[in-house]
Design a binder for this molecule. Sequence first.
Ligand code: AVJ
Length: 322
Amino acid sequence: MAQLQQPAHPENCVAQDEVQDQLVAGLLAPHAHVSPKYLYDVLGSRLFAAICELPEYYPTRTEAAIFEQNAGAIAAALGPDATLIDLGAGNCSKAARLFPSLRPKQYVAIDISEKFLREAVSALQQQFPKIKMTSLGMDFSSELELPAAVGAQRRQFFYPGSSIGNFAPLESLKFLHNIRKSIAGSEGGLLIGIDLVKDKAVLDAAYDDALGVTAAFNLNLLNHVNRLLEADFQPQQWRHRAFYNEAQHRIEMHLEARQDLVVHWQDGGMRRFAQGESIHTESSYKYTEQGFIDLLQQAGFGKVQTWSDERNWFMVCHARIA
Ligand code: AVJ
């Protein structure tokens, strides 16, 4: 998973200022919000890995089973000699499981955390010496300008895990459009994992598990913000809230104040929260099969193939350019 980079170069300090300005703006908004990317510091990434092992959190294992059971058909859809471009590669394990059937020509791993990525890619290179591998540390959510080292032929973007769920519908349309532009004329496509609309009780449990791992994951964001902003959030003053909003087709995660409290941060910033007031930390949109296919078509994709599990809880989708 993506992790926030520490400033290594002077120019990154500008980015650091932007991070702080963005965080403060969200905290001061009438309904406070913090971007879900701040869930993933080192501990947050480990807690997310633990979430993926929980009995209630079905997406990871359901998607893995779909990939495993349809490996041949999926490889056939992507075709030979692909340049596989992994968006949010993390430890590269999901892509690596496709290699034996797909045998891509090039593997391009992209993640915000380049240091972590480099290690994963060099380990993978040993295992698959014939695949040309490239690692890119960049935030692909806003722009997809790829360097010349990325093969221009048969670009197949890979975006598993239902990560697109964090984008609101309009943003996801923009994102899909950027991918389509980057594929342009290369006979490529997009292989993407989508979490499907389902019974509210199943969704509620997946984001509010019995062991409280998701609660810890959500509350840990406060510790991360404390470091980034020199803030004084006290996690014990907050409660994890997660529920499926049926009207908006999305899971919402919030942190709710257990009591009236005050939070301070650098340069004299502060905000009061009344008991019950909350900070919106994540939205995770769910799609119907047709709803997502319509979105792909709006973004300019043409032929779409889908694979699903027997309960229809999750869908893997391959889309080509129209
Ligand atoms: C990484 C965005 C796909 O929305 O299911 C898991 C994050 N948040 N439990 C998701 C998450 C709480 C996850 N994604």
